[in-house]
Design a protein around this ligand. Structure first.
Ligand SMILES: [Zn+2]
Length: 234
């Protein structure tokens, strides 16, 4: 964790503030990465303990990652995110469309349903603290916040799988809140879906073609051998 902290820095600061009676006390100060609301939590000890500060912020309803400013979200913004998902979430910017899990094309939903296989308990509605940390660690390495895109080969579904077979929806929620929405150019999306389908069909044709070529070669050989045995031209 030391390397991560020094590479990325901490998502909060510890400051000394004068309190009643003229004494100075340490406070942990952080800002919501969405609305920039500042929050200060008084500390009993002046020592800087990220895990402890994380606990304190979370206890006050914040989503809080001590090592990632994008992981700091105030309770108001968390609530808005949750409500937005069920209500009008059609945020648009030019021809950029925000795709929420509920708005994915049918092909993706089928894949999601299939990959879940009905094996997991459907009732898990929250990630535990260690699960959140695992998911964040993976997202830091695979999700480009500015582009709103995963690295090649990555998706909410793959993060869900690699983080310990977690529900994809919870990954999408955490990614939305802490790292931002998954963006896609609206014109590209149906074409990408079509490409995936065509690629599948092309592979199937290639496989069938190879099988036909093999049959053809085998019958051709029998024809030649039989003709030779009978002393005639094939
Ligand atoms: Zn906020």
């Amino acid at each position: 964790m030391g390397t991560r902290a020094s590479q990325r820095g901490l998502s909060y600061q510890v400051k000394s503030r004068e309190v009643a009676g003229g004494q100075y006390r340490p406070f942990a100060c952080a800002a919501c990465h969405v609305c920039e609301t500042n929050k200060e939590i008084r500390l009993n000890q002046p020592n800087n303990n990220p895990e402890l500060i994380q606990q304190k912020f979370r206890a006050e309803g914040w989503d809080f990652d001590a090592w990632n400013t994008r992981g700091v979200t105030c309770p108001d913004c968390l609530r808005k995110r949750r409500e937005g998902r069920h209500g009008d979430s059609g945020k648009k910017g030019g021809n950029i469309l925000t795709l929420h899990t509920t708005q994915r094309p049918p092909v993706a939903s089928v894949a999601v349903a299939a990959s879940q296989g009905g094996a997991r308990l459907p009732d898990k509605t929250e990630l535990t603290v260690p699960e959140r940390a695992r998911v964040r660690d993976i997202l830091i390495g695979t999700f480009d916040e500015k582009a709103g895109q995963y690295s090649e080969g990555w998706s909410d579904a793959r993060v869900a799988k690699e983080a310990g077979d977690l529900p994809i929806k919870l990954i999408a929620d955490l990614r939305d809140v802490a790292f931002g929405p998954l963006r896609s150019i609206v014109e590209l999306e149906p074409l990408k879906v079509e490409m995936v389908d065509l690629d599948k069909r092309l592979r199937e044709h290639q496989r069938q073609g190879a099988a036909l070529a093999e049959d053809f070669g085998r019958v051709r050989q029998r024809l030649d051998e039989t003709a030779q045995r009978l002393g005639v031209k094939p």
